[in-house]
Structures are given as C-alpha cells and as structure tokens.
Design a protein around this ligand. Structure first.
Ligand SMILES: Nc1ncnc2c1ncn2[C@@H]1O[C@H](COP(=O)(O)OP(=O)(O)O)[C@@H](O)[C@H]1O
Ligand SMILES: [Mg+2]
Length: 235
C-alpha cells in the first residue's frame, strides 16, 4: 500500500535520510524504531509531503505521490499525527475534530457518523466536546490528535511518538486504542522511541540509525535480535 523507494532527504547540508526502502501492506501495523535524531520524524514527513525528497520516491496504492501537496495526500488517505500532537489553540475538542473532517468535504450525515465512531473509541472526548482542546491532559490531547486524524477517514495512519511525555497508565490506554484501530482494519505506521511498546503493537519493524535502515524484520525476531536488545531494549 505504501512504498518508499531509495528515498533520501536533507535539511540543507544535513542528510537526514539515505537510501530508504520501506514498505507497508494494507492492514499492517509497522513500527519505525531508532534513537533520537535517527530520522524517524523526517521519514513520516517525507511520506505526508511535509519534507521534500532529495531523491527516490513515495508510492501510495501503487501510484507515485511525489508531486502531490500535503493537503492532497491527506485527501488521498494519508493521515499524519505529528510529534507533540499540535492541538489547535482556541478550538474546542469538537472543533478540532471538525477540522479533521473538513479535508473530505463530506456531507453532514457522514461526518456525524464519524463523530459517533471516534466518540465510541474515545469516550473521554465525548464528555469533553465543548472544552478547549489544550485544556485536556497530555493523554487526552494525544487521543484527540488521533481522533482528529481519523475524522479524515484515512487509509493509513502515521503516528509520531504517541507515548511521548505520557504517564505509563495513559500510554497503555493510548496504545490499547491504537491496537484497536489497527485490528479494525486501518493500516498503521508507528514511530516510537519506546521500543518495547512499538514491538508489542506492530507485527513488523524497521530500525533506523543515522538516517539509514539497518535492520527490518518481524517484531518477534527483532525482540530477540542482539543489536535491538542491546541498543533499544535496555537488556
Ligand atoms: N528542521 C531541521 N533542520 C535541520 N536539521 C534537522 C531538522 N529536523 C531534524 N533535523 C536533523 O535531521 C536528523 C533526523 O531528525 P528527525 O527525523 O527529527 O529524527 P527522529 O525523529 O528519529 O528523532 C537529525 O540529525 C536532526 O538533527
Ligand atoms: Mg522524531
């Protein structure tokens, strides 16, 4: 469904990604793991069109999408939940969700059905609909950011460090929802520094180091891989 071919990207003279080959099949949950600065965020931004490529290409559903703007990619089904959540200031929970739906130009009935669907998944948000988004706790803001992305009816959900800054109990809850979303049939690409968590939810993973993929395998095999154990699992 999603394919990065020999993808490279740079910030000026700083090469952030080099020769990346990355594939995700429909309904898969795939993790991207690696230390701070490895290039995980840059790869998600390359896929969603926020980062220009210096070479290579991104294909989605078999089509090259390199010429498409980020907005067109969202409309095409690529939803990106950025690092740090980016809840819109001054908007209520419900208004944040409306913005997520607005890219689709869907009818009211369809949007209302989507509201029901995300409120079923995140009952906390239903209770806080009229509150300002940024008055929510960190965990609730993460849920709102995910729910907002779901309102665009994506075909793939890109998640950048959804556990960042969350207390363990909330991390667990956010991850339970992510697993549920994937089990419901949505394709998920998950960036995480918390490798234990990432390898629980994902069935496959890629390990990024200094802008290059150094390993890719099933989550089970990676959990037992000496390099992953030493560098990322703290054993
Ligand atoms: N806006 C930027 N300008 C310059 N360099 C950047 C910028 N964002 C990231 N980088 C550099 O690109 C590399 C990859 O960063 P990033 O993709 O954010 O890594 P990760 O998400 O894995 O922590 C790092 O060396 C980082 O310093
Ligand atoms: Mg990052």
């Amino acid at each position: 469904m999603l394919k990065c071919e020999d993808l490279s990207a740079a910030y000026g003279d700083i090469v952030a990604l080099r020769g990346i080959n990355f594939n995700v099949a429909e309904r898969e949950a795939v993790a991207l793991i690696g230390a701070n600065g490895a290039g995980k965020t840059t790869l998600l931004r390359s896929i969603s069109g926020l980062m220009p490529l210096s070479s290579g290409s991104v294909k989605f559903g078999g089509q090259a999408i390199d010429h498409l703007s980020p907005e067109k990619r969202v409309r095409g089904g690529i939803a990106h939940v950025p690092e740090g959540r980016r809840i819109f200031p001054g908007l209520t929970v419900r208004e944040n969700l409306e913005v997520g739906a607005s890219v689709r130009r869907a009818g009211r009935g369809e949007i209302n059905a989507d509201f029901e669907r995300v409120f079923e998944l995140f009952p906390q948000l239903a209770e806080r609909q009229k509150q300002l988004g940024w008055s929510l706790s960190g965990g609730e803001q993460q849920m709102l950011a995910i729910a907002r992305a779901l309102m665009s009816r994506p075909r793939v959900l890109l998640l950048d460090e959804p556990s960042l800054g969350l207390a363990p109990r909330l991390t667990e809850e956010v991850y339970a929802r992510i697993a549920e979303i994937n089990e419901g049939g949505l394709t998920v690409v998950l960036v995480e520094q918390n490798t234990v968590l990432a390898l629980q939810v994902a069935s496959r993973a890629y390990v990024l180091e200094n802008g290059e993929i150094i390993l890719s395998d099933s989550a089970e095999k990676l959990r037992g891989h000496p390099r992953v154990r030493d560098a990322y699992l703290g054993r």
